[in-house]
Design a binder for this molecule. Structure first.
Ligand code: G3P
Length: 218
């Protein structure tokens, strides 16, 4: 399973990259705004900087909602770096744009996916990644993990190559269950990845090993 960081925060991206377990980054307009990145030039520069830090796919989202606008933005974003993946919303023109960008050899990530039917359409259009939003489904009392399982089953049975990028991940169990169900990628904050490290028996075990070593060598 690949680990992507769902952030536009450069410090977090550097820290995860230094750990050696970072495979890519996903961003969205909300995450860019959170970092105070404003204006097209600055947004483009920021994507370029992210691509310089991490050697893996970097999803950059379009803000147009019409076909021509998405294509124009997608081409500009893709020209920034070979690792840019153009993130396109799951809307009618978005499907058309994914098909078009895919035919041009540009990688795409179909975002804001909340149903198996939407994921089927994204794969039909040739999306490189599909992003089901697990946490936001949980938020409305719908089990996000069920969606990951449904998509994984459909893609396996039908032989689609689109990779499942589990998004809107809120806790380490989301990562573990996504891995069990066959999602190829999990994207989340660094804090959620670091929570995977934690186990009280690891901490107490290490404490005892070090204490025994200190005693024996006193
Ligand atoms: O980047 C898309 C997705 O991961 C958003 O997550 O936490 O805003 O639901 P969240």
């Amino acid at each position: 399973m690949k680990f992507f960081l769902d952030t536009a925060n450069l410090a977090q991206i550097r820290e995860a990259n230094d750990l050696g377990i970072l495979d890519g980054v996903t961003t969205n307009p909300s995450l860019m705004a959170k970092e105070g990145i404003k204006g097209q030039d600055n947004v483009m520069k920021h994507y370029k900087t992210i691509c310089e830090i991490v050697k893996g796919d970097v999803s950059a989202e379009v803000i147009s909602t019409d076909f021509e606008g998405m294509i124009r933005e997608g081409e500009n974003l893709a020209a920034l770096d070979e690792n840019i993946v153009v993130k396109i919303p799951m809307i009618k023109d978005g499907i058309k744009a994914i098909k078009h960008l895919t035919s041009m050899g540009i990688k795409t990530n179909c975002t804001l996916v909340f149903s198996a039917g939407q994921a089927l359409l994204a794969a039909k259009a040739g999306a490189t990644y599909v992003s089901p939003f697990i946490g936001r489904l949980d938020d409305i009392s719908q089990d996000g993990m069920v969606l990951i399982a449904e998509i994984a089953q459909i893609y396996a049975v039908q032989g689609f190559q689109t990779q499942i990028l589990a998004a809107s991940i809120r806790n380490p169990l989301h990562i573990i269950k996504s891995a069990q169900m066959g999602a190829q990628v999990a994207t989340c904050g660094l804090d959620t990845i670091l929570q995977l490290l934690k186990h009280p028996l690891t901490d107490s075990g290490l404490e005892k090993f070090l204490a025994d070593h200190a005693k024996a060598n006193a």
